[in-house]
Design a protein around this ligand. Structure first.
Ligand SMILES: *[C@@H]1O[C@H](CO)[C@@H](O)[C@H](O)[C@H]1NC(C)=O
Ligand SMILES: *[C@@H]1O[C@H](CO)[C@@H](O)[C@H](O)[C@H]1NC(C)=O
Length: 288
């Protein structure tokens, strides 16, 4: 009887040991490594994305570049994306990410055994997409159209904490193209600038529509950015109105000046007459 109990106890112990041994193994078999790893980047804001959603494990991201060695970020995340913008500050460098699949609360010392997947390489300067530029202002005057573009901002800052624009990073590599056309016509013209301003000749009095798009000259892929919204002018009408107003104002002023002139002539004439009359009075002998 005691023997049987001991044997039974032994079996239970064995079973427990087996279960204890198996549990981490079966846990491990649920751990998947990341697949479909992509860099989503626009104006230098960069998010690393991957699949699948984890169940009973977590991910940790490590970024490797020529000046940094496997920097950890999004440690033990249950998300399938990670904002890595601030680890990619040397925008011309080539970066690689490693996505570790880890069971929660594992000692950090164990990272070497953790399964992981490696991302494709990423060079922010060559690969970040260029977002939509904003039209800061535009005006049509007589036979030219002037358009001023605002550079999109990046998430990176100067020491004085103002945001760097894409121009601060691309410098002479940034060009804008203006596409413009007479309203309701299909003939589209274009003009290019390395600054933020366009001035193009157009037909006087016609309304025009246009949009602006950036180009990164050094690139072979993703050279063109997103298009700005279309904007349209309303012909030259407002400035014609202005001219009419100006003529009216100048005309009114001329009339005013003329009236003043007439008044002063009349006054001068009356003064002269009065003086002459006074002189005549003086000439009359006192005793008369
Ligand atoms: C990876 O992407 C492919 C193609 O888009 C898709 O069919 C597949 O389901 C994705 N893998 C995972 C684990 O979601
Ligand atoms: C911050 O510094 C940059 C470059 O030195 C300059 O272009 C920018 O105007 C400065 N911004 C402010 C708010 O002082």
């Amino acid at each position: 009887m005691a023997l049987a109990a001991a044997a039974f106890g032994g079996q239970v112990l064995l079973l427990c040991a087996l279960l204890l041994h198996l549990r981490p193994c079966s846990g491990n078999s649920n751990i998947q490594t990341a697949v479909n790893i992509t860099w989503s980047s626009i104006n230098f804001k960069t998010i690393l994305e991957w699949e699948p959603k984890p169940s009973n494990y977590v991910y940790t991201v490590e970024i490797d570049g020529p000046r940094s060695d496997w920097m950890k970020t999004c440690v033990h995340t249950t998300q399938t994306e990670c904002d890595v913008t601030y680890l990619l500050k040397n925008v011309r460098d080539t970066y690689t990410a490693r996505i570790l699949s880890d069971v929660p609360l594992r000692d950090n010392g164990d990272f070497d055994q953790v399964p992981y997947a490696i991302s494709p390489d990423f060079i922010p300067y060559d690969q970040t997409l260029i977002g939509m530029p904003t039209i800061e202002s535009f005006e049509q005057k007589k036979d030219f159209l002037k358009v001023v573009v605002e550079d999109p901002l990046t998430p990176y800052r100067f020491l004085n904490s103002s945001f760097k624009s894409i121009r601060d990073l691309f410098r002479g590599d940034l060009e804008y193209t203006l596409y413009y056309w007479k309203d309701k016509s299909t003939g589209r013209k274009e003009a290019k600038t390395r600054t933020n301003e366009f001035k193009v000749s157009i037909d006087k009095g016609k309304s025009y529509c246009f949009y602006v798009q950036a180009t990164i000259l050094s690139r072979t892929e993703n050279r063109k950015g997103e298009k700005s919204f279309d904007r349209c002018t309303h012909g030259d009408v407002p400035s014609d109105d202005f001219e009419l107003e100006a003529i009216l104002v100048i005309g009114a002023a001329a009339v005013g000046v003329f009236i003043l002139f007439v008044i002063s002539c009349v006054v001068a004439y009356k003064c002269k007459k009065a003086k002459a009359a006074a002189k005549e009075k003086e000439n009359v002998p006192l005793n008369a």
